[in-house]
Each structure stands twice: as structure tokens, then as C-alpha cells.
Design a protein around this ligand. Structure first.
Ligand code: HEM
Length: 326
């Protein structure tokens, strides 16, 4: 509980610092976003405003030999780092069917428990890039969704927003339902800066690569049992550990780091950062996930924020959602 209070205070500070950089009126954006999520999905006490349905597991991370040359973070020093992982469905409905298209993109959140007691987080999902460039546009997209019920006159507010933001359908076109949380690629989307021991700086975007990717056709996904993904995880873990490879896509000089709706070209170098092994289901996952707060901006020395503005807005919104669900 003390740790949760500290995390909220930290997130509030990060949000305040970011809003200070971006302009005073931005301070309200994370709250406006959570309010609009609550309007779209309703309020479900004790659950997250987004990615409300999920399942928690544990395991460890071990860096690849080359990772330390890119970042001096303790995460990449080669020791075995314990992790807490939460897989999730999108949206604020705690009972969304896992195979529904509304449960896409699926999420993966990782807390790396670093030597010496600190931690760093990664909060990533199965979209290859984000539908919009910044928090203000995301707020406006959510408001357009809230203002476009099934009986709204055409063109709806959402139709109009999508027509003026072609990255929305492009981004949503990159997701589908996997047959298991284990068989999906998760993307970091936001750019971060790696700093190595010599002080060299390299912009990166994370890719969490599974051993294999298995996507279901929409008609098959929709007929699956409502909890098939959440139920599958402990069953798989009882048989054998899940393995993912954490990779970094490296920006070339001049690549845009501040717009998460613009992917870098596919031919950019991708390097192996290490292996994530998930080997233990958490017995009372529902109770465990209520206490957990993952913050995309909770970093450690050797991993820094870039000029991507989304992370500050996300930290603020996650803290608002966390404080409401306690
Ligand atoms: C401005 C952009 C975004 C906003 C405002 C936003 C907002 C939120 C909120 C309010 C939550 C609930 C947090 C909680 O109660 O702990 C959440 C959860 C989550 N979001 Fe985002 N999000 C944004 C972008 C993204 C992006 C770009 C990704 C992936 C790269 C992502 C992945 C996730 C995941 C995986 C969770 C579940 C976290 C958990 O397991 O606790 N979100 N988001």
C-alpha cells in the first residue's frame, strides 16, 4: 500500500512535470481521458479505466550479451531479474469476451524488479503504432467515440474524426485476436532513449517477440469461450514456461521520435535485448492485479524519456485510474 501511494505520488509528479513542459492546460488531459473512458465503458469499482480485464504471472528476465553496449541500465547487466507480468484485454469492461474485436489490442505490462530494490516498467500492446500522435488527440478520439452512439446521425463525430486522422484506421488494422496471450507480439510504440556507459544515446522502440505468433480469423475468435485467453495462461504455465525475446528497434539519425503514430521503416536494425521467461501463475490474480500499478514512465538510469509526449499523458492517466480504483 505504501508502495502504491509512492507510485501515485511519482506519477503525479511526472504528469505535473510533463504538463509544465507542454503548457498548463495539459494538466487536465489525463483526467479528461479517464473521465471519457468512464463515460464510454461505465464505472466498474475496483477495475482499471482501460485494460480492465487481465491476468497476472511471474518469471524472470536475462539480458542478451550485447544489450549492455546500448544501455547501462541495471536491467541489462546480465543478472537474472525477477518480473511481474500482467496480460490484458483492451477497454474498460471487466467482463469483455476475450475474442471480441473490442478486446484488441491485447496488452502486456512488465515490472522488472532490479537488483538493489528499484524497478522499471514496460507497458506495451499488440498495436504496431498508436492511432494518434499525442494525448490531446487521444482525448478527442475518445470524446468522438462517446458522442457517437449507434443511433447518432451520420456522419458521426467518430466518422469525422477518423476522416481527418487516417492513422486511426491504419493503426487499428494492425491488430487481431491471438490464440493465446503467449502467441502475440507486443510493441512498445513510444520511443525511449538508451544511454550507455560512455554516454552514447540511441532512440529505441521495444518489440516483445514470442516464440510463435498465432492469430485467429475474427469469425473464429468471436465464437471462443469468453475467458479463453485468461484461462489459457495458467494452463500453459502448468505445462511449461512461456518464452519471449525482448528486442529494440533502433532509430536511424533523423527518425521521428515524438510521434507514436508514425512507425519507423521496417528496415531499421532490430537488436536482441534478452529473454523473458514466464513460469508461474499468480494464485489470486484478481486480488494481485488490483494492487499493481504499471507506469510506462517508471524508468531507471540508462533508459530515458524521449520527446514523445504520450508517455507523460499516459503516466498521468494511469495514476488517475489507479487512484479511482483503490
Ligand atoms: C495517451 C495515450 C494513452 C492513455 C491515456 C492510456 C490510458 C490508460 C489507462 C487509464 C489505463 C488503466 C491504468 C490503470 O488503472 O492502472 C491503461 C492501461 C493500459 N494501457 Fe494505456 N493508454 C494510452 C496509450 C497506451 C499505449 C501506447 C499502450 C501500449 C504501447 C498502452 C497499453 C496499456 C496497457 C498494456 C494497459 C494495462 C496496464 C496494466 O496491466 O496495469 N496504452 N491505459
Amino acid at each position: 500500500m505504501v508502495r502504491n501511494k509512492l507510485a501515485v505520488a511519482l506519477a503525479a509528479l511526472i504528469a505535473a512535470a510533463t504538463s509544465g513542459l507542454a503548457g498548463a492546460q495539459d494538466a487536465a488531459v489525463p483526467t479528461q481521458i479517464v473521465d471519457t473512458m468512464n463515460k464510454i465503458y461505465g464505472v466498474h469499482p475496483g477495475f482499471r479505466a482501460n485494460h480492465a480485464k487481465g491476468v497476472v504471472a511471474e518469471g524472470s528476465f536475462k539480458a542478451a550479451p550485447g544489450a549492455a553496449a546500448l544501455s547501462r541500465a541495471a536491467l541489462f547487466d546480465g543478472s537474472t531479474i525477477p518480473v511481474t507480468v500482467r496480460f490484458s484485454d483492451s477497454g474498460g469492461l471487466p467482463d469483455v469476451p476475450d475474442g471480441s474485436k473490442n478486446a484488441n489490442p491485447h496488452g502486456m505490462s512488465i515490472k522488472f524488479h532490479l537488483p538493489g530494490g528499484g524497478e522499471t516498467n514496460m507497458v506495451i500492446n499488440s498495436l504496431k503504432f498508436f492511432p494518434v500522435a499525442n494525448g490531446e488527440d487521444f482525448r478527442d478520439l475518445l470524446m468522438a467515440i462517446a458522442d457517437s452512439p449507434a443511433d447518432a446521425p451520420k456522419p458521426t463525430k467518430l466518422d469525422q474524426f477518423v476522416a481527418s486522422h487516417p492513422s486511426v484506421p491504419k493503426a487499428l488494422g494492425t491488430v487481431s485476436t491471438p490464440d493465446s496471450f503467449a502467441d502475440e507480439v507486443y510493441y512498445g510504440i513510444d520511443a525511449f532513449i538508451f544511454v550507455n556507459k560512455a554516454g552514447d544515446r540511441q532512440a529505441v522502440r521495444y518489440i516483445m517477440q514470442p516464440v510463435k505468433v498465432v492469430h485467429l480469423p475474427p469469425a473464429v475468435a468471436e465464437k471462443k469461450a469468453p475467458d479463453f485467453l485468461v484461462d489459457d495462461l495458467p494452463k500453459r504455465l502448468a505445462k511449461k514456461p512461456l518464452v519471449f525475446h525482448l528486442k529494440a528497434q533502433l532509430a536511424a539519425p533523423g527518425d521521428n521520435t515524438k510521434d507514436p503514430s508514425q512507425p519507423w521503416p521496417d528496415n531499421r536494425k532490430v537488436v536482441d535485448l534478452g529473454t523473458l521467461t514466464i513460469d508461474k501463475a499468480v494464485p489470486d490474480s484478481l486480488a494481485a492485479q488490483k494492487k499493481l500499478l504499471f507506469l510506462p514512465g517508471e524508468l531507471t538510469d540508462g533508459i530515458e524519456l524521449s520527446d514523445d509526449p504520450l508517455v507523460g499523458t499516459r503516466d498521468g492517466a494511469y495514476a488517475v485510474s489507479f487512484s479511482r480504483r483503490q
